[in-house]
Design a protein around this ligand. Sequence first.
Ligand code: OGA
Ligand code: MN
Length: 318
Amino acid sequence: MTALTQLSQAIHDAPRWHQAEQFQDGSEIRIEPQHDQALGAVVYGLDARKAQSGETIYRLKQALAEHLILIFKQQTLDDLQYLAFASYFGSIFRPGADIPVLASQDETGTPPDVVPVSNAVGKGDYTGHGELAAHADHQWTPLPSFGSLLYAIELPQDGGQTSWFNTIRAYEALDDATKQHLDQLQLITYNPFVRAKSNKGTNGYGSTPLYRFKDQPIVGHAYPHPLVRTHPESGRKGLWLNERSEVELVNYDDQAGSELIASLREHLLKPEFRYEHQWQQGDVVFWDNQVTLHSRRPFPAEQRRLLKRISLAGGRPF
Ligand code: OGA
Ligand code: MN
C-alpha cells in the first residue's frame, strides 16, 4: 500500500464514535459574541481533538457566518488533529502549481496543508517578524480560500498581535451612491508572490505599486473579481480590497481608479471596523476570508513566534 497523505491519515486516525470519552458533549460548548468589538465570537469548552456532533459543526458554521471570526481557547493539537478538525468546514486549499502563494514549495509548486507562520522554524520562515499589511489570504488567486485558521504555539513577549477588519461594516458605512457605483466594478489584485519571484532580492511589498496604471507592465496573470462580494451563506455584501497589493479596476480611468482605491483603503482600516487579538498560547482563530481582512503587528526578531495556518478552499467570488 502507498503511504497516506497527511490529510487522509488525519481522518483515518480521527477519534471514532464508540469511544465516549473522545466525543465532545455539545452542551459544554459556549459561543460568546464579542458585542463590544467589530467582529468575532469566543468559543469556550470545545476540545478540537474530539469528534464533534453534526449539531456542533453546524452551530459553528452559522456562528462563523454571523461573527466572521471564531476564537477557540485552550487547544492542544498536533498537525493531524488540527487538519481533521479544520476539514469539518471544507476542503484544504490547494492552488494549482501555476499559482504561487505563501509557502509554495520549490519541488511541487504548492504549499503544505499546514503552513508554519513563524520566524522560528528555519526553512519554514515565510513571514518573518515584520508588519503584515491588511489582506485576505490568497485574494490574488482565481479561487481564493474561503477561510483560514491560525493556531498559536509559541508567542513573543512583545508585539505580534493580529487584527481582523469587518469589511461588511465598512461597505455598509458607505453612502448609497458610492455603494451603487462600487457594486458595478471588478477589481484585479495582482499576485505579490509572482512579483517577489520576478524581483529576486527585493523583499515583499517594498517595491510594489499600489495601483497599476495602463502604461505599466503586468506582472503575472489577472483574475478579476467583484470589488463588492456577496457572502455565500448570509448574502451580506463586503468590500473585497486589501491594503497594499497592486490592484486595478477593470475598464476604469487610471487616475480616478487609483484615487478611489486609495480612499477606500483608508476607509477600510478605520478603528471601528477592527478587532485586535492578543494571542494566548493554545488559541485557534478561524476566520472568514471572504468578508474580513487581517494584519499583523511587528515583533522583535530575537523573540520566537510560531503559529500554524490551515486555509480552506473557496469558490469563485460573486
Ligand atoms: C497568515 C497571516 C498573520 C499573523 O498566516 O495568513 O496573515 O499574525 N498571519 O501571523
Ligand atoms: Mn494572512
